[in-house]
Design a protein around this ligand. Structure first.
Ligand SMILES: Nc1ncnc2c1ncn2[C@@H]1O[C@H](COP(=O)(O)OP(=O)(O)O)[C@@H](O)[C@H]1O
Ligand SMILES: [Mg+2]
Length: 288
């Protein structure tokens, strides 16, 4: 990355909602069951408590089905909770609908196709993202000032996209599309950024580029960020805090200093220690 590219453009006049400093997130005793009161009930979250400080960048790891995506979905308002409270910047958003939360919460998913509109051009997609939460309806219009902001954003990515602003998104590679998704999710400096395995579908080299871009954007914009990954290496390399989920609970929470010292084998060892304890606790609870 060049020195120029690490300085993000200022576009306060275009942001959807005026943004202050980063905010914190608080999840209190979150429970979520799918197919509740049926024989197929799945308890996806069983009392999650999480306190995220403004500007924290937290990696979330855990095996398949641990509840990682459900936690992000509950925070974003995709699913209602059975019980518990979600506070963003001190405001109780537990019952705020998903579309309203989307003004403050940027998301990037595993599938590069999920965050972008394929039939629209790159600049139309970014223009739409700039309008998020401003007025009803979506405006695709790209005036001169927006075009300048969009160009500056595209320069950041260093994939030559700034010269392809009028290219249809369907023509982009998965990596380019994921870079665009990341820009769309962060162009209005959201209060919270949720990344759900956003590099898992990319080949390793492209994934590393997207992670580099993620680090730069999160740092420069000071975004409070939760990043789900199944890759322990990635979880250790990025962010200032690491949490591990298992069976719908947070079983490990590692702060900056300890995280710095941790290795993948160390993390695996910790998983066995604490997951073992979690099983024991479950058995104790069941025995009650
Ligand atoms: N929309 C849904 N409908 C029904 N069950 C779901 C849904 N989403 C997740 N689950 C179930 O909840 C559990 C946790 O899933 P998920 O949060 O996706 O795990 P992870 O992201 O950690 O792999 C799993 O058993 C999964 O099958
Ligand atoms: Mg998941």
């Amino acid at each position: 990355m060049s020195a120029e590219a690490t300085t993000l453009p200022s576009h306060d006049s275009c942001v959807a909602v005026s943004r202050g400093p980063a905010v914190g997130l608080e999840c209190r005793d979150i429970h979520k069951t799918f197919f509740a009161r049926t024989a197929f009930a799945i308890q996806a979250l069983s009392g999650v408590n999480l306190s995220v400080k403004p500007g924290d960048f937290i990696s979330i790891i855990g095996s398949n089905g641990a509840g990682k995506s459900t936690l992000l979905n509950v925070i974003a308002g995709t699913f209602p909770v059975d019980r518990g409270t979600v506070l963003l910047g001190g405001e109780d958003i537990t019952h705020v609908p998903e579309y309203r939360r989307a003004r403050d919460i940027g998301r990037v998913f595993q599938d590069p196709r999920a965050g972008t509109a394929p039939s629209l051009t790159i600049e139309e997609n970014l223009s739409m993202a700039l309008r998020r939460g401003r007025r009803r309806g979506l405006s695709l219009g790209v005036n001169a000032s927006r075009r300048q902001i969009i160009r500056a954003e595209l320069c950041l990515v260093e994939m030559g996209l700034e010269d392809r602003a009028k290219t249809q998104v369907s023509k982009l590679s998965g990596g380019q599309r994921q870079a665009l998704s990341l820009l769309m999710a962060t162009i209005t400096k959201p209060s919270l950024l949720l990344l759900d395995e956003h590099t898992a579908a990319l080949d390793p080299k492209v994934a590393a580029t997207i992670m580099g871009l993620t680090d730069m954007i999160v740092t420069e914009r000071g975004l409070t960020t939760l990043m789900v990954t199944h890759n322990m290496e990635l979880a250790l390399q990025h962010g200032n805090r690491l949490i591990m989920m298992h069976a719908g609970r947070i079983i490990l929470d590692v702060g900056p200093e300890e995280k710095h010292e941790l290795t993948v084998p160390g993390l695996v060892q910790k998983f066995h220690e604490v997951a073992g304890k979690a099983f024991v606790t479950d058995r104790v609870l069941l025995a009650d």
